[in-house]
Design a protein around this ligand. Sequence first.
Ligand SMILES: Cc1cc2nc3c(=O)[nH]c(=O)nc-3n(C[C@H](O)[C@H](O)[C@H](O)COP(=O)(O)OP(=O)(O)OC[C@H]3O[C@@H](n4cnc5c(N)ncnc54)[C@H](O)[C@@H]3O)c2cc1C
Length: 300
Amino acid sequence: MLMRNMTLANPVDCSASVPRISVEFFPPKSEKAAEQLLQAASELRSIQPDFASITYGAGGSTRSRTLEYARRLKEDLGYTIMPHLTCVGHSRDELKEIIAEFKDAGLRQIMALRGDPPQDAQDFTPHPHGLAHANELVSLISEHYPECNVAVAGYPEKHPQAPNLETDLQNLKRKVDAGADFITTQLFFDNQVYFNFVDRCRAIGIEVPILPGLLTITSRQQAQRFCAMCGAVLPEALDQALAAAGSDPAAVEAVGLDWIHEQARELLKNDAPGLHLYLLNRAGIALQLIERLKADRLLP
Ligand SMILES: Cc1cc2nc3c(=O)[nH]c(=O)nc-3n(C[C@H](O)[C@H](O)[C@H](O)COP(=O)(O)OP(=O)(O)OC[C@H]3O[C@@H](n4cnc5c(N)ncnc54)[C@H](O)[C@@H]3O)c2cc1C
């Protein structure tokens, strides 16, 4: 199950032979949350992530905040930033405007997504003059900002709305065929699902790098909630270990750190192109993880 010679298609200008480390932030909604984000981003500079991605809220709700924090982290803290962009609530013309704003801000990578419906809506409904699927957004970006590197989302355990993994993979291929440079996966806790996913992608001609997404767990309830939302399986052993840690935050973090460390070790040893860390605007576990991986000599 080895994935040899996988390299990212130059989303950032760094050596292809070194694993990429990327971190994901979400735009804060309050001053306190903003402080937490900036604190985490500042601390994480010590591990020099290859890039940081910044999510985009439902219904375009974070349009200005995504751009604001993209700028701040880029200009004040020197990050290479990949803003996310979703189709939710935007016409094609608005999406073109946002792409132009990202371009003007010197942001050279975009994570192109369909997006989830707003909380009060059941299903995703495209804007009447908008786009229905992420592959259309990839095409729009490729058309209006051809020098931009485009990432797309992949689902090792299937997107919740897809009837089966085969159909979902064919839809993923549409995104790649439209010009996506690499795939970042939804979070997963069992590496075998990632390895199987990569094999199945390769079998249908998806050749781009597939960056595994890992969650830094800080609470059992949160891990359960995320799994329920995105359809990832929380392994029994992990769930039990988190339950045993009870309400002691340090014990819970220790369980989460051990799990993500084991996952990361196996992924990097089997030539995954890097790690994408869903860190929920907290630096602590990511910093310890990178220290451990350096001690393992899996990162420089
Ligand atoms: C790495 C990552 C980052 C994310 N960041 C954000 C974020 O910043 N903001 C946010 O709101 N959400 C985010 N999400 C969640 C994401 O928006 C949801 O999972 C959403 O439901 C699907 O988005 P998508 O881009 O994968 O959609 P799509 O690729 O369009 O897929 C959605 C569904 O439609 C099907 N499909 C795809 N293309 C076609 C087609 N051409 N014809 C028919 N069916 C098709 C797919 O199989 C799938 O079931 C992220 C997810 C991941 C994995």
